[in-house]
Write a protein that binds this ligand. Structure first.
Ligand SMILES: [Zn+2]
Length: 193
């Protein structure tokens, strides 16, 4: 990670995510996806304030749960929110070229990928996902604890692979695990800055 562009800091970004989630849960608040915002970001480019790696599950919508709109979040979606080279490349791009300083790995309750890893040994390409989940959850069989371990495992993978400078340093990148409760819409951060 070098030549990183400067965006808003990780702490400030975390505050925006928490506030957005609170507004979503309390008031069903939504981000700005209107035509003016669309035109503005198309003309002036994007400057998302955070990157979110989340599951492809249709009930887990990061822009919705953080009350974000066009241009706010750089989102990487893959079943089971697992990390491989393509996800790492996407994180690196967000940090180096878009100025993102906060990366959140957002797991969720009732995650099919996590439950498949616990209870089944799937075939085909699905196995590449459940094997990665298993590496993070080990022998854990409780779905919620496993979802937390899975998000934490993806955070470790990002930190180890990208040789991340910690957020305390000026140009560092903070990577945090979080879990979305798909019943309440509440996001719980498993680590703080
Ligand atoms: Zn899932």
């Amino acid at each position: 990670m070098n030549g990183m562009k400067k965006g808003i800091g990780a702490r400030e970004a975390l505050g925006l995510l928490k506030k957005g989630n609170d507004r979503y849960v309390r008031e069903n608040a939504r981000g700005d996806t209107g035509p003016e915002r669309r035109l503005e970001t198309a003309r002036n480019g994007q400057a998302p304030f955070a990157a979110v790696i989340c599951c492809s599950d249709s009930r887990s919508i990061p822009e919705a749960v953080f009350a974000c709109g066009i241009g706010d979040l750089f989102v990487i979606r893959v079943a089971g929110n697992v990390i491989d080279d393509h996800q790492l490349g996407s994180v690196e791009y967000a940090a180096d070229h878009l100025g993102v300083r906060l990366v959140v790995v957002l797991g969720h309750t009732h995650c099919g990928a996590v439950e498949a890893a616990i209870h089944h040994d799937p075939d085909g390409y699905v196995k590449t996902i459940t094997d990665e989940v298993l590496r993070s959850i080990g022998n854990e069989t409780d779905p919620l604890r496993a979802a937390c371990l899975n998000a934490e495992g993806s955070v470790r993978r990002i930190e180890e692979s990208l040789g991340i400078r910690k957020h305390e340093s000026e140009d560092g990148l903070a990577v945090l695990p979080a879990v979305l409760d798909i019943e309440t819409g509440r996001v719980r951060f498993l680590k703080e800055l």
